[in-house]
Design a protein around this ligand. Structure first.
Ligand code: SAH
Length: 318
């Protein structure tokens, strides 16, 4: 049994927490998967429905008043996507999944295909000026965005309208915090070569990137953004202290973590963590955070130093 201290889970608590997590990890049933075709299969797929997930449809019967109230209150992610069946995906599991079922937050998908034009409900067309791939049409996207904006009473600052895009501003923990403090977010997922620039300009879509790489579509990026945001909403994690200590919260990377067994493959947990001496443990963790950040992320280290008025190029310890 480890020495126990406030704000951390150790010993029996750690095991109990793990068990709770595993409990929430049980899959709630098979879901349709993306077959790789962006045209036929999506259109034919039956609307996926699962616990805690809502699809917005123009024909949907009004929800009971009680439910409307909950819908008003809970933090909401609305996702415009060609692949609504990809959601909730991992967001429907474990801690975020439990919170979704409990309506601490909600997820609504808007199926872009429904707004497609012609018999085949086309959503894309060839790029003007030539080149490979297809571009999502502005009229189709606009119709879906209009639907996504319906009923949103919060100002843009409390409910931003974002486009997932590799050209966007890099998503980070500060943005996750801002989003979690608001009422919700509407996310537009691109596909193929991306979206027509005019729809970005018209709706002043804020482009957000999850990293310097190119995905095939915005859905995985949307899930990453939603996951990082939702876990900051009070009551989602259960143990709020864990979000205050972790990586990026103070601008530094997190210290290493250990759990039982105390001895594993000849490697022991650092003695200080078993000492029960809270001040020493806090100092050790802080030193480890600084060391890791200096080694791995000199950019974060410089920013951290600069914020504290230190010489950003300097290398002194805390
Ligand atoms: N031709 C585009 C890439 C399109 S990728 C370009 O070079 O910029 C197709 C879609 O995937 C994009 O519209 C976007 O919604 C999503 N996507 C791809 N990479 C992403 C990233 N790093 N962050 C967020 N969304 C991304």
């Amino acid at each position: 049994m480890f020495a126990h201290c406030a704000g951390c889970i150790c010993g029996e608590e750690a095991m109990a927490e793990n068990d709770r997590t595993r409990e929430g990890d049980k899959p709630s049933g098979a879901r349709p998967t993306d077959t790789g075709s962006d045209t036929e299969d999506v259109r034919k797929a039956p609307p996926a429905r699962s616990h805690g997930r809502l699809s917005i449809r123009p024909t949907a019967v009004p929800r009971p008043l009680m439910e409307e109230k909950r819908l008003e209150d809970a933090w909401t992610a609305r996702v415009v996507t060609l692949l609504p069946e990809a959601f909730p995906g991992p967001l429907g599991l474990s801690l975020t999944g439990r919170a979704l079922k409990e309506r601490i937050w909600q997820l609504e998908t808007i199926d872009l295909r429904r707004f497609g034009v012609g018999r085949h409900r086309n959503v894309d067309d060839m790029p003007a000026g030539g080149g490979p791939g297809m571009v999502l049409r502005p009229d189709v996207l606009a119709a879906a965005i209009e639907e996504a904006r319906r009923g949103v009473k919060a100002p843009r600052s409390a409910w931003p309208l974002l486009l997932l895009s590799p050209r966007g501003r890099p998503f980070d923990q500060a943005m996750a915090r801002r989003l979690a403090a608001g009422r919700g977010v509407t996310l537009v997922c691109g596909r193929f070569e991306g979206v027509d620039q005019r729809v970005i300009d018209h709706y002043d879509l804020e482009e957000v990137s999850i990293g310097d790489f190119v995905l095939t579509g915005g859905e995985i990026a949307a899930m990453a953004l939603i996951d990082a945001t939702v876990r900051l909403i009070p009551r989602v994690l259960g143990n709020q202290a864990s979000t205050e200590e972790e990586s990026f919260s103070h601008g530094l990377l997190e210290h290493p973590q250990y759990t039982r067994p105390t001895d594993w493959e000849g490697r022991r947990i650092p003695e200080v963590l078993l000492s029960g001496h809270h001040a020493n443990i806090a100092r050790w963790r802080s030193e480890q955070s600084v060391k890791l950040t200096q080694e791995r992320r000199p950019d974060l280290w410089r920013a951290w130093r600069a914020r504290r008025g230190g010489d950003p190029e300097g290398d002194q310890e805390l």
